[in-house]
Design a protein around this ligand. Structure first.
Ligand SMILES: Cc1cc2nc3c(=O)[nH]c(=O)nc-3n(C[C@H](O)[C@H](O)[C@H](O)COP(=O)(O)OP(=O)(O)OC[C@H]3O[C@@H](n4cnc5c(N)ncnc54)[C@H](O)[C@@H]3O)c2cc1C
Length: 292
């Protein structure tokens, strides 16, 4: 096994920590936090397991409070023109998000792909002096009282150690930080799931969280002409899965709920999400924080 240690990482001693805060995870939360810390003069290093930024189609909408947060930091200009996201929904039920305060400067919701948001947040963080260290997966964490020691592994098996005054776990819902630091995570497993896909080569009407006789369906056309479909068949329960669902399963569910055939299309992305409900029992243990 090859072992690599960055020249700027001091050996594993109890001396002065290498950095103030290790932020684990370069998603929107980790990148925003690291930039904010650096803006306050705090040294921050982001450790991210992905060698390259995430390219999946994930979150696509910003709400008023998020817009305020970005406006405070002067980030809206960097995001460019954001298309109006139209009315919102709560649990699939249409909800006009402007109704609460129509004169609020950011009343409503805006479309912004998560990939674009992450690019902007990383750009800002790096400009401020954050070190975003990609291709490093957190595998070890030890709170030594005066500092925290973390250990990462690279794709080729190289191990690195870093010490920090604090660690912020921004590593998503399967958080390694949460597990390694021993945070509780009580709740229940999924009882329902929603299938979704981006599909090219189909021509179906847009639907906005329609509750039909056999299930829930939503469809909208992306600017590139492909269509995002999401579908839940009433009464169905989550399957045991070892990867994303097959397109045939999604096409069958779509046909059952809407009566429309999409199986001739070309699936670009297949995914499933569910209603797993869990919450960390606390958000700080010693020098380790969870930042969900
Ligand atoms: C497939 C998918 C589809 C989604 N679709 C939607 C959607 O349509 N609409 C919506 O509103 N939201 C959606 N979400 C949710 C949205 O993406 C999340 O709410 C958001 O990304 C959370 O941001 P985060 O920064 O907390 O975590 P994440 O974005 O999950 O970022 C965590 C980062 O930590 C890294 N990481 C994890 N473990 C380690 C480790 N051990 N070492 C180093 N790095 C690690 C990960 O690689 C990742 O980059 C989706 C999420 C997923 C996974």
């Amino acid at each position: 096994m090859s072992v690599t240690v960055d020249a700027d990482v001091v050996p594993d001693t109890d001396a002065v920590p290498d950095t103030d805060v290790v932020v684990v995870g370069a998603g929107p939360v980790g990148l925003l936090l690291a930039g904010d810390l650096r803006a306050q003069g705090v040294r921050a290093d982001v450790l991210e397991q992905l060698a390259e930024p995430m390219t999946e189609s994930r979150a696509s909408t910003l709400h008023a409070r998020t817009m305020e947060v970005f406006a405070d930091r002067g980030l809206l200009g960097r995001l460019g023109e954001l298309p109006d996201g139209g009315p919102g929904h709560f649990g699939g039920i249409r909800l006009d998000l402007t109704a609460a305060d129509p004169r609020h400067p950011y009343a409503g919701q805006w479309k912004c792909p998560q990939t674009r948001l992450e690019a902007v947040l990383q750009e800002r963080a790096v400009e401020l002096g954050v070190r975003v260290r990609r291709g490093r997966r957190l595998v070890g964490l030890e709170d030594r009282g005066g500092h925290v020691k973390v250990e990462t592994v690279t794709a080729d098996g190289g191990r690195e150690r870093l010490t920090a005054r604090f660690v912020a776990g921004c590593d998503g819902w399967r958080s390694t930080v949460r597990r390694l630091a021993g945070f509780g995570f009580a709740g229940h497993d999924a009882t329902r799931e929603m299938l979704r896909a981006d599909v090219a080569g189909i021509d179906i009407p847009d639907r906005r969280f329609e509750r039909l006789e056999n299930g829930l369906a939503t469809a909208y056309r992306w600017p590139d002409g492909s269509t995002r479909v999401m579908v839940h068949v009433f009464g169905s329960t989550p399957r045991r899965r070892h990867g994303p669902p097959g397109f045939a399963e999604i096409a069958d569910a779509w046909a059952e709920v809407t009566g429309e055939r999409i199986g001739h299309g070309q699936p670009l992305w297949l995914n499933v999400f569910d209603n797993t409900l869990r919450q960390a029992s606390r958000y700080r243990r010693g020098r380790v924080f969870l930042v969900p």
